[in-house]
Design a protein around this ligand. Structure first.
Ligand code: SF4
Length: 224
């Protein structure tokens, strides 16, 4: 089960499809989420996988309580998606002790200029590396999410190799950036993947992924 627990984010990425979903109610109350989880457990007792996706779930002021509720309802896998802002070793240990089992984090580029352009300077590359290192040390399972765009498609193989070597990242999701009306079309030129790049760059990437025996998934890519 995938659910949103927040309607806000402390970043402003140029490809973000969530911006128009920003709501006045930034945080969905714990009681509302608990009811949803209870329903899910009674309707689908065999599905014990839970993911908090969308925005930065770490911002929820009652996150530890929500994770505890999920654990008490026998969700075996409880993960969240985050831009990593707000992670500290102590907080992550606490989340783990409440029942968190996994984290998915965004990564954009090894080049700090491209990184800054994509995240609009909301989190520096150094800070992101520091946070990935905290996640790595926690022994929690972790997945790197990369929104593939014209700025990073040619360097994906390098990103994968570096994250594997430095932070033992072996799980990846590659999401092709789709410039829907919700995305910021003023950035279309920088983001839209040129067709001539896609095939050879993705083939190169897949060779590296297979070499390191990574688990990976391509989303919104044709023939994948
Ligand atoms: S971290 Fe995710 S939700 Fe937040 S602005 Fe970036 S893409 Fe949007």
């Amino acid at each position: 089960m995938d659910i949103r627990i927040v309607n806000t984010c402390d970043s402003d990425c140029m490809y973000c499809l969530e911006q128009s979903l920003r709501k006045k109610q930034k945080f969905i109350p714990r009681e509302v989420i608990l009811k949803l989880l209870q329903q899910q457990r009674s309707n689908f007792p065999d599905d014990s996988i839970l993911a908090f996706y969308g925005w930065n779930s770490l911002l929820h002021p009652n996150l530890t309580g929500i994770i505890t509720d999920a654990k008490n309802l026998w969700f075996k896998s409880i993960s969240l998606l985050t831009n990593t802002q707000g992670i500290t070793q102590k907080y992550l240990e606490y989340l783990q002790s409440c029942g968190l089992t996994g984290i998915s984090f965004y990564f954009h580029s090894l080049d700090s200029e491209i990184h800054n352009m994509i995240v609009q300077k909301w989190i520096s590359l150094e800070e992101l590396y520091k946070n990935i290192s905290i996640i790595q040390k926690s022994w929690i399972s972790y997945t790197c999410i990369i929104h593939v765009n014209q700025q990073n498609i040619g360097l994906l193989y390098k990103i994968v190799a570096e994250l594997y070597i430095k932070y033992s990242v072996k799980n990846f999701e590659f999401i092709r950036v789709r410039l829907l009306s919700r995305a910021k079309n003023k950035f279309s030129k920088q983001l839209e993947i040129l067709p001539e790049n896609q095939e050879k760059d993705i083939a190169h990437l897949e060779r590296i992924l297979q070499k390191i025996k990574a688990q990976y998934e391509f989303i919104h890519f044709e023939n994948k």
